[in-house]
Each structure stands twice: as structure tokens, then as C-alpha cells.
Design a protein around this ligand. Structure first.
Ligand code: PLP
Length: 471
């Protein structure tokens, strides 16, 4: 990295973290030369770069000051979705795969990606744990892990539920190859082809793909960008259409980032109990909260074993290890047997490594740092939206996770925007891939899970100008 860019990044970080607040004067050329051992021209080039990014403004003869909108936020997205009230078989077109392929390219700025930056995870420490754990692995474990998975890992996961005031034991859990397998097994345990499944609107495209594979019908239910699915609308659906199951993300929903309040989760479970409708709860982002404590899932209020809770280490600790789990309540045996008859076990070395890692201190420290970084990056992206996007742009402000849901002016076609952005080396996730009917034509999901950099700032500026040109 060039010296002036490195200096600009340092000052930008101080602005984002509040070390330098709106209206503050930046350190003088003389101070920066002395503290950073750089030339005056390096300092000036750093100032110019920050000015071009809209983070600072020059005032005649008085120096550079932090711009007043450096911590600004766009107006909040706050209207619930209004999907059509009929269930339909789910079609999965080519489009979503083409869009996903773009997010995997290294040369593309990954604003459309579903993954956070791998640099945010303790990969070296995990690798050391693996190097010391795997040679000591009992050869019989590959057989013992069949059915429910590694007992030491399940005990560690149960311990974390306990910290959340939920009393589950290792016997209640099935370790899987990521949450995706857990979710698919749970879906298979509670539905038959042709059944209706109630889902949020918008929803994660992999949910739609899972319904499609099993020949299920999706019933999209109105969902609020801050508080999740609307219970009144869901009650109607349960009463009239009798879905075989619900599949919901109660904590930091993908793509909205909505967080269902605790009282609403309690009411949700009580309502589902009245109709005896199982809930598949996709809860892969809960550890990425920015508030005081981990939000409890709906599973915390489940007295009759009707909630099949699915979690994962992919988003918070070990991407690529492919370790997740299900706590499927009264369906635990079906889920374990479905796993045995499909993939047998998750990866035994990965399970053993995570069990050993969780046994040591360090995970919570890593999580605290990760949450702090993500919260700052969210702030940076919200401020960049204000700087670069036209009026009429709205965004969610999730209290966790790493996605913003953006509502652009009505006229914008997010699919066309995706094409134009990709031609400039930027990926976005366009709204229509999050709906079985291709709704949300003017919406985008943006990923702020990558350390803020000049590359991302520039990508936001390019996107903003594309939107402004089309608005
Ligand atoms: C909402 C949601 N559920 C499940 C998954 C899949 O998790 P895993 O990687 O553990 O299979 C993802 C990954 O993007 C996700 O966003």
C-alpha cells in the first residue's frame, strides 16, 4: 500500500471509530510528519484522498476538518413487505447461480457476497488446534461420530445454549455439514413434496432452493425490516392455508437484518403450538449481535419440541470447516437418521478441531472483536450510502450480522444495476433473488463484512453514480 493511502486509511479509521468526530480538525501537516515520519506531500495526498471520499473538508487557511456527514445514516427502511397471499411452487432460475458465481471472483468487490471476509476469523489458531488435535484422534471416532456427531462438540454447543439460558443436552443435537445440511434435513423431517411452507418475504435464496428441491410450495408472509415476520399475517396463513411448516430467521434475517423482539418470539411459538406447526429456525447470525447480549432464538420458548433450531460456525468462527448443527426438538431421531442415510457424518477432523478450540478460552474474545469490527463497518457503509447514493435511498440498520437491505428509488431496476456494476468489477445481490416471484425489483442486499478500504469506498461511489444516473 502506498504511504499516503496507508496514512489516509489510518485517519479514516479514526473518523469511523469516533476518535475524530464530525467538525474536528485533522492533525496538522507538521504533526503528521512528526508522528508518521512522512513527507509533507504524503500528508497532503492523504488529505486529498480523504476529501475525495467525502470524509473531510478543507476550510480556507484553517486546515482540514472531519465532514459533518461522516457518521450520517440514510433514512431507515421501515415498511413491511406485501407479498401475494397465495402459495406457489418455487422455480429456481439460472439467474441466481450466475449472480452467485460473480461473488466468488477475487477480482470483483464482494458487496453481493453472502460471506464475511475470511481475514476476520482466527484461522491460524484453528489450524494450530487442528495440527495438535487430529494426530491424537481416536481412529474409532469416525464410527462413533455416526448418527449425531462428535459428543465432545455437542457438549460444547450445549454449553453455549446454557449460557443463553437454554437447557439442551448433547443428546438433543445433531452435528451437520454446515447449517445448510441441518436446514435441509429438518425440512425433510417435517414436510412431504407438495406441502406448503410459510417463509419470510424477502428470504434467503437458499431457502427457496431448498423448497424447490423438495417440490414444496412457498407462501411468502409480510415481513418488517426491523422486527421480522408479521404475526397477524402469519396467523391468517396458519388458519387458512395450514402450511406443513414455517422456515424463519428470527435473528438478523438474511437479507433484511431484522431482529424479532423476544416477546414476539414467545407469541410466535405459542401460536405455532396452537396449530401444531413446526418451526425451522435458521439462526446462523445470532453470535454477530452489536447489543449487550446474544438475542435468544424462538427455540428458547419451545415447550413442546416443535422448534427445529439450526446453527453454524460458518459465519462466526470457521468458514469452510462446514460444521453446523440442528437442535430438532421432538424430531431429533428423524433428523439423525436422515443424516445417516444421506451424508453419514460431517467431517470428523473438523468436528474434533472445533470441539478442542471451543474447550479453550479464546472464542468469546474473537467474537467480541468480530462484532466490534462488523458494527464499525456497518457505520462506514451507512455513511458511504449518504455520501454517494441519491435521495430516496433507504437502508436497514440491523443490530447485528453483516448485511444492509437497500431500497432504491422505485424506478431503479436492481437486476440491470447488477449487470452494470459487474461490468465495473463490483458485485451486488439484487432484490429479486430473495423472492419466489422475483419481487423487490428496486432493492439490493449489500455486504459490509469486509474491512473498509479505498476499494470498497470507490465501489460504493461507483454504485451510487450508477443509481443516480438511472433514477
Ligand atoms: C441465513 C443463512 N442460513 C444458512 C446459511 C448456510 O450456513 P452454512 O454455511 O453453515 O451451511 C447461510 C449462509 O449464507 C445463511 O445466510
Amino acid at each position: 500500500m502506498k504511504r499516503y493511502v496507508a496514512l489516509a486509511e489510518k485517519l479514516a479509521a479514526a473518523i469511523r471509530t469516533g476518535g475524530l468526530a464530525a467538525g474536528d480538525r485533522l492533525p496538522s501537516v507538521r504533526q503528521l510528519r512528526a508522528t508518521h515520519g512522512v513527507s509533507a506531500s504524503t500528508v497532503f495526498r492523504a488529505y486529498y484522498l480523504l476529501e475525495a471520499r467525502g470524509l473531510v473538508r478543507a476550510r480556507d487557511r484553517s486546515g482540514y476538518f472531519v465532514a459533518s456527514d461522516s457518521s450520517a445514516r440514510p433514512p431507515a427502511a421501515e415498511l413491511p413487505s406485501r407479498p401475494r397471499a397465495q402459495s406457489i411452487p418455487v422455480e429456481v432460475g439460472e439467474r441466481v447461480f450466475t449472480i452467485l458465481a460473480a461473488t466468488m471472483r477475487r477480482d470483483v468487490v464482494p458487496l453481493g457476497s453472502a460471506f464475511p471476509s475470511p481475514t476476520l476469523f482466527p484461522l491460524a489458531s484453528l489450524a494450530r488446534t487442528m495440527a495438535s488435535t487430529v494426530p491424537r484422534l481416536d481412529p474409532r471416532s469416525s464410527v462413533e461420530y455416526l448418527l449425531q456427531g462428535s459428543a465432545p462438540l455437542r457438549r460444547q454447543i450445549a454449553r453455549r445454549y446454557l449460557a443463553n439460558d437454554m437447557h439442551l443436552t448433547a443428546d438433543d443435537l445433531v452435528v451437520t455439514s454446515g447449517a445448510m445440511e441441518a436446514l435441509n434435513l429438518c425440512l425433510a423431517a417435517v414436510t412431504r413434496p407438495g406441502d406448503i411452507v410459510a417463509i419470510e418475504s424477502p428470504t434467503f435464496y437458499a431457502t427457496l432452493q431448498a423448497l424447490n428441491r423438495r417440490g414444496l410450495k412457498a407462501l411468502e408472509v409480510p415481513t418488517h425490516p426491523r422486527e421480522g415476520i408479521e404475526l397477524g399475517a402469519l396467523a391468517d396463513v396458519l388458519e387458512r392455508q395450514r402450511p406443513a411448516a414455517c422456515w424463519l430467521m428470527t435473528n438478523f434475517q438474511n437479507p433484511l437484518g431484522s431482529l424479532m423482539p423476544e416477546a414476539k418470539k414467545r407469541d410466535l411459538v405459542a401460536m405455532l403450538e396452537r396449530f401444531d406447526t413446526p418451526l425451522i429456525e435458521d439462526d446462523v447470525y445470532a453470535e454477530l449481535y452489536f447489543g449487550a447480549r446474544r438475542p435468544r432464538p424462538a427455540k428458547a420458548f419451545d415447550k413442546s419440541g416443535l422448534v427445529l433450531h439450526c446453527g453454524s460456525f460458518s459465519k462466526c468462527l470457521a468458514p469452510g470447516y462446514r460444521i453446523g448443527w440442528a437442535a430438532p426438538g421432538r424430531f431429533v431421531q428423524q433428523v439423525a437418521r436422515l443424516k445417516l442415510s444421506s451424508t453419514l457424518t460431517a467431517s470428523v477432523p473438523a468436528e474434533a478441531t472445533l470441539a478442542a478450540y471451543l474447550d479453550k478460552a479464546g472464542y468469546d474474545r474473537h467474537l467480541r472483536a468480530l462484532r466490534h469490527t462488523l458494527a464499525q463497518q456497518q457505520q462506514a457503509m451507512l455513511a458511504a450510502l449518504v455520501r454517494h447514493f441519491p435521495p430516496g435511498t433507504r437502508a436497514t440498520r440491523p443490530a447485528g450480522g453483516y448485511f444492509l437491505w437497500i431500497e432504491l428509488p422505485k424506478r431503479i431496476d436492481a437486476l440491470a444495476l447488477h449487470e452494470q456494476a459487474l461490468a465495473r468489477g463490483i458485485s451486488v445481490a439484487p432484490g429479486p433473488i430473495f423472492s419466489s416471484r422475483g419481487d423487490f425489483a428496486n432493492c439490493l442486499r449489500l455486504n459490509y463484512g469486509h474491512p473498509w478500504s479505498a476499494r470498497i469506498e470507490d465501489a460504493m461511489a461507483t454504485l451510487g453514480s450508477l443509481v443516480a444516473a438511472a433514477a
